[in-house]
Design a protein around this ligand. Structure first.
Ligand code: SF4
Length: 435
């Protein structure tokens, strides 16, 4: 059977899938109810070249805010498709279907009972068919339901199986305006999940739905870009993926150039099949992204144990030795080959974040830089944070305005403490465990 590639236009305008150019998207970290701030951020994202913009849409109130944000943007002539990010409420998804250009859901979260979730999903499909709205089935490693993990564990196979249930339903309903994502903070888990899904769509469904790629909770700075380039670049280099997001705990506008650099690096042959052996980069960010796309896949798949830095250049000059070694440490760690630094897992923040995530994360990094090998998560909200922080040893999770709960593994150990005390307490917790 020859699989067909599904392609369609989001908002009737932006083509996706079937070999169309890779779309680069980002997500607002404003409160969706703060319409002024959200419009301003969308404006900046559109100016930076975002192909799609996602906004947190927790409930019906935010659906109305999204409606107003869209109205104002369109009035300004900004036509970038808007995606409603729904986490749990099926009713919010149903309402958003007539407002957003795409609705991002994990249908498994719609209800505890699988049959109820299925019924709601079919209802959503019917509405999206009427309104021409696309759906992204977004299933993260950290949000796998018990029904699936009891059978398959929290594995890439479980992620693939969970999504295939919903895709079969889409095929039954003859609904193909669908994009799928299977993100994880671990590039190894993420790449494996997408590869399994790609093969299952090809061999079982006979149609390849467009895939949205991303490494969740990648953090910020060099590490965030390297982790994302390894995960996303590995798959793009294999011809898998139609749209991407580089999730950074930074101003989300920064995600756009980072995403474009990954797409450009692959197009320029910086992948194992691309025939390149040395990196020629214009600046540092260009270097770390190209080098991660080139060597990351082979490190991840254990085909090589190390990589050469000699011969690579930045702006025509050799890569400075100390910078090169720092990059080596970061890339080997991103590929889960050698742990020489703390491992940070940090969400990018969104409309649910009620504290200054970016500066807090930087402070946590500064104060814990000596803790090599320790996995520390910094998450914006308690709704998704604990589930999404994967296999972190410790978690710093926002809980309401100005308060934080600290976790040891998956267990909350200090609840609802004032934010001003939280980093000290986190250090005390970690140091106490190491004595
Ligand atoms: S963990 Fe919470 S705050 Fe962070 S991106 Fe996810 S939903 Fe938003």
């Amino acid at each position: 059977m020859v699989a067909r590639s599904v392609s369609f236009r989001i908002a009737g305008r932006v083509p996706i899938g079937g070999g169309q150019p890779i779309l680069v998207q980002t997500m607002c970290n404003t409160s969706t109810d703060d319409i002024e701030a959200s419009v301003a951020q969308c404006r900046a994202m559109a100016a930076a070249g975002a192909d799609l913009i996602r906004l947190t849409t927790q409930g019906l109130k935010q659906v109305e805010s999204l409606r107003e944000i869209k109205r104002r943007l369109r009035a300004e002539g900004i036509v970038t498709p808007l995606v409603a990010d729904i986490h749990f409420l099926a009713d919010a998804a149903l309402a958003a279907a007539s407002v957003a250009d795409k609705v991002r859901i994990n249908p498994g979260n719609f209800a505890r009972e699988h049959e109820v979730a299925c019924a709601k999903f079919r209802e959503l499909i019917a509405l999206c068919k009427q309104s021409g709205t696309a759906i992204r089935i977004g299933l993260n490693h950290g949000s796998l339901g018990e029904r699936i993990t009891q059978r398959y564990g929290a594995t890439p196979l479980a992620m693939k199986e969970a999504v295939m249930e919903w895709l079969r339903m889409c095929v039954e309903e003859d609904f193909f305006n669908v994009v799928v994502s299977l993100k994880a903070s671990n590039a190894l888990v993420m790449t494996e999940a997408y590869r399994l899904l790609y093969a299952a769509m090809r061999d079982e469904l006979g149609c390849l739905f467009p895939l949205h790629l991303g490494v969740t909770e990648a953090g910020n700075g060099d590490e965030g870009r390297i982790k994302s380039a390894v995960g996303i670049g590995t798959l793009l280099g294999e011809g898998i993926g139609d749209t991407i997001r580089v999730s950074l705990t930074e101003d989300p506008v920064h995600e756009i150039p980072a995403g474009r650099q990954i797409v450009a690096a692959i197009a320029d042959g910086y992948c194992p099949r691309g025939g390149r052996t040395r990196v020629e980069a214009s600046d540092w960010n260009d270097f770390i992204i190209k080098a991660s796309c080139l060597w990351g896949p082979s490190l991840l798949d254990k085909k090589i144990d190390d990589f050469p830095l000699e011969g690579s250049s930045i702006g025509g000059a050799p890569v400075p030795a100390a910078d090169g070694e720092r990059f080596r440490d970061m890339l080997l760690q991103a590929c889960r080959r050698r742990f020489t630094r703390p491992e940070y897992i940090a969400c990018p923040g969104c409309g649910r974040t009620l504290y200054d995530l970016e500066s807090t994360f930087n402070e946590v990094k500064r104060r814990t830089a000596h803790l090599a090998g320790v996995k520390i998560a910094v998450m914006g909200c308690v709704v998704n944070g604990p589930g999404e922080m994967a296999d972190a040893d410790y978690g710093y999770v926002g809980e309401g305005r100005g308060h934080v709960t600290l976790y040891r593994g998956k267990t909350p150990v200090l609840r609802y403490i004032p934010q001003e005390e939280a980093i000290d307490k986190l250090l005390e917790l970690i140091e106490g465990d190491r004595k």
